[in-house]
Structure formats: C-alpha cells, structure tokens
Design a protein around this ligand. Structure first.
Ligand code: HEM
Length: 376
C-alpha cells in the first residue's frame, strides 16, 4: 500500500521520496496540524495555575465542532441531491450512504460524552470562571444542523427562539443562520419527495381512498366483534377504544384536522407527504420501496440520536453544575436544556407516529397488477 501523503504514491522503500522533501507533501502539512494542534490554548495555564482537565474540555469541544462540520457537509450534499424533481437510483444509494454516515457520527458524538464525564464537578469548577460568557449555546454549527434538518423557530422553546442574538455582530454567522432558516431544509425536501410517492395519484392506484375504505371496514368489523362481548363492561370498554381509534384516523383522513395539528406544531409533514410515508411503510417489501423505507428509518435514527445527545448533555450538565445554577450563556442551565428534550425538537416526528395508523397486514389494500409492476 502506498502512503496517501506521498505525492508519487511510492511504497516506503529506498526509492521513495523522503517525507518533508520539496516534492512530497508531509502528513502534518496536508492536515494543517500546526494550526489544529496549536489551538488548545488553556486559560488556566495563561493564569499560571494550570488546571489539568481544561485540556480535555477544550479538545472535546473541538472534536465535536469538527464532526459538526462533517455533518453539515454531508447534509448540504444530501439536500442538493434531494432538490430535484426526479432522483436517480444511484443518487438514492448515495443519499442512503451519507445519511448512514451522519447516523454513525451522531453515535460517536453520544459516545464522547462519558469521556468528558471523567472530569469531576470540582475539577470543572477550577476553570469554569475562565469560560464565561462562552457557552455551547453559541455553537453556530449546532444551530445550522438544527435548521438544516428542519427545526422551526416557532417550535423552539421561548428562550431558544432568540438563539440568533448570540451571534449579534458577526455578519458571517448571521448570514449563515438566515440562509439555513430560509433554504429548503431536509424536512422540506423529504416532504416534497414523499408527496411524489407512486400510487398516490387519485386517477391511478389512489392509495389514500383504498386505505380509508380498509380502515372503515376494519373498524366496523371490530365493532361487530365488540358487541359479542359477554359482559357490558368489556363491551363498553372495547367500543370506547374503537371510537378513540376512529378519532385518531379522522386526524389523518380529514385534511383540516391534520393541518390544524401542523399549525399547533404537533405534526410536521404536509397531508400528501403523510400519505406517501404511510404507503411506503405498508409496501416496504416491494423492491421499489425498499430504499425509501431505509431512508425513512435513517431519518428517525438521526432524530433519535440527537434527542439522545440532548439527554446525555443535560445529564452531564446536571452532574457538573447541578440544576440551580445559571449557564455561562445566561440561560437557566439545566431547566432550559431539559425543556429542549420535548417532541417539539423532533424534526421527523410524524415518522415516529406512523405506527399509530398501522392496520393488520391482511387489511392493507392489495396492490393491483399495474401497481405491482410499477414497484418492481
Ligand atoms: C462540562 C460540560 C458542559 C457543561 C457544564 C455544559 C453546560 C451547558 C449549559 C448550561 C448550556 C445552556 C446554555 C447556557 O450556557 O446558558 C449548554 C448549552 C449547550 N452546550 Fe453545553 N455544556 C457542557 C459540554 C458541552 C459539550 C462537550 C458540547 C459539545 C459541543 C456542548 C454543546 C452545547 C450546545 C450545542 C448547547 C446549546 C443547546 C441548546 O440550546 O439546545 N456542551 N451547555
């Protein structure tokens, strides 16, 4: 194997150009390590009272920011590929590969938390004063990731809605923020893509109509079965349960109810995208729906891993500074961070809730021959 840092691609034998010569590029040069490795300035050392763990604190945050950068790089490329009317199969594969890469990075970011937790609260206290008013709240890349995924300002908790003030005078940062708020997010693009799911056409397979018929038939049959219950209690209990289910289905079948839920922040997808997601979920074993189904699974993984990170971070914060101290960024600290754990920050919330609308396999509308061919 030749070393990638040797321009000639020679093996390390006698003929190889020595590292550091004028011709070959050396490892540290290529990676600009001089810059990266001299960026761990310890404020406690500058104050002549080196606190050992400040080094870990800095390196951990820098590692996070580097991985955030990679996530943004992948996300931007995925959004670009999705921003087309027709997505070629080779592109779908590439999108899947990159979404999966983001998932793996997020797993790694969760695994990094316990490393920082080897620092005790007393160790942290020894250098915490040097940080203020710096705070993770000012992480531009974290906000860009949230916005590019599709976290909407109106869904953020109140304190968090003013997050862009943290970048006040920094024009580059505020431009990047407004770009990320205004450009189509991954959620917007996935919504558009789901809306084009084959089989939704009213003058074609008309999945939505067939699905509504199947649900009605299924619930009517359930009702008949409930009436056969021997005791009044059991009968009433089952009938009440069926009525609740009818109500749940009404929330997707009636576009007005669905749209009202979107306005309240309880749903994210358009009515049409919701139909596409349900359809893909039902017929995921058909060859043409296999990759789209994988895509939906990866999107849920991303949401779920970010929520896990928020949770791990808030636990670490409580361990380090308790639940009564303000954060260095001026928030209520633990209390504020805990409030960001709610579903309001889940971008692909509707995908998690799809299970609510499942019906038994035998009741799923069968595909006709034309549709089966289409999904091959
Ligand atoms: C000793 C460890 C840590 C403590 C005590 C801590 C503390 C806090 C606190 C109190 C906040 C709320 C904002 C404020 O400062 O008022 C916050 C926000 C934040 N921190 Fe940390 N943090 C720690 C480690 C980390 C690490 C390793 C990262 C990785 C990048 C990070 C990223 C963030 C981000 C992105 C926010 C904003 C979260 C949001 O607004 O939803 N923090 N942190």
């Amino acid at each position: 194997m030749s070393c990638p840092f040797n321009r000639n691609g020679n093996n390390h034998d006698d003929n190889a150009i020595p590292l550091g010569s004028d011709v070959g590029m050396i490892y540290g040069e290529y990676l600009m390590l001089e810059k990266v490795l001299s960026a761990q300035r310890m404020l406690s050392t500058q104050d002549n009272r080196t606190v050992h763990d400040e080094h870990l604190f800095i390196v951990t945050h820098q590692a996070y920011e580097l991985w955030f950068k990679q996530i943004i790089y992948e996300l931007d490329s995925i959004r670009e590929m999705l921003n087309e009317e027709k997505i070629e199969e080779s592109k779908t594969l590439e999108i899947l590969k990159r979404l999966n890469r983001i998932v793996l990075i997020l797993k790694l970011l969760n695994d990094q938390v316990p490393i920082l937790e080897t620092m005790t609260p007393l160790d942290f206290m020894e250098f915490r004063n040097y940080l203020a008013p710096a705070s993770g709240f000012q992480s531009l890349q974290f906000r860009l990731i949230e916005n590019k995924l599709g976290v909407k300002s109106e869904n953020r908790v109140k304190y968090n809605q003013r997050y862009s003030e943290a970048f006040g005078g920094d024009k580059l940062a505020t431009d990047a923020i407004s770009g990320s708020e205004n450009d189509p997010s991954l959620l917007d693009l996935i919504d558009r893509w789901l809306g084009r799911t084959p089989g939704l056409e009213v003058d074609g397979f008309n999945f939505w109509h067939k699905f509504q018929e199947s649900v009605a038939k299924f619930l009517d049959q359930e009702e008949k079965n409930a009436l056969l219950e021997k005791t009044e209690n059991a009968r009433n209990y089952r009938l009440m349960d069926i009525e609740k289910r009818r109500e749940v289905y009404r929330s997707i079948f009636d576009p007005n109810v669905h749209n009202a839920m979107v306005s309240r922040g309880d749903r994210r997808f358009s009515h049409r995208a919701m139909q596409g997601a349900i359809m893909i979920n039902f017929y995921r074993d058909e060859p043409r729906f296999s990759q789209p189904h994988q895509m939906l699974t990866l999107l849920m993984d991303i949401d779920s891993l970010i929520t896990k990170w928020r949770y791990n971070h808030v636990m670490m914060v409580q361990r380090m500074i308790g639940s009564q101290q303000l954060g260095t960024g001026g928030s209520s600290g633990y209390q504020y961070l805990r409030s960001t754990l709610s579903d309001r920050y889940k971008v692909f919330l509707d995908l998690f809730n799809l299970s609510t609308f499942l019906i038994p396999r035998e009741v799923i509308p069968p595909l006709n021959e034309h549709m089966r061919q289409k999904l091959k």
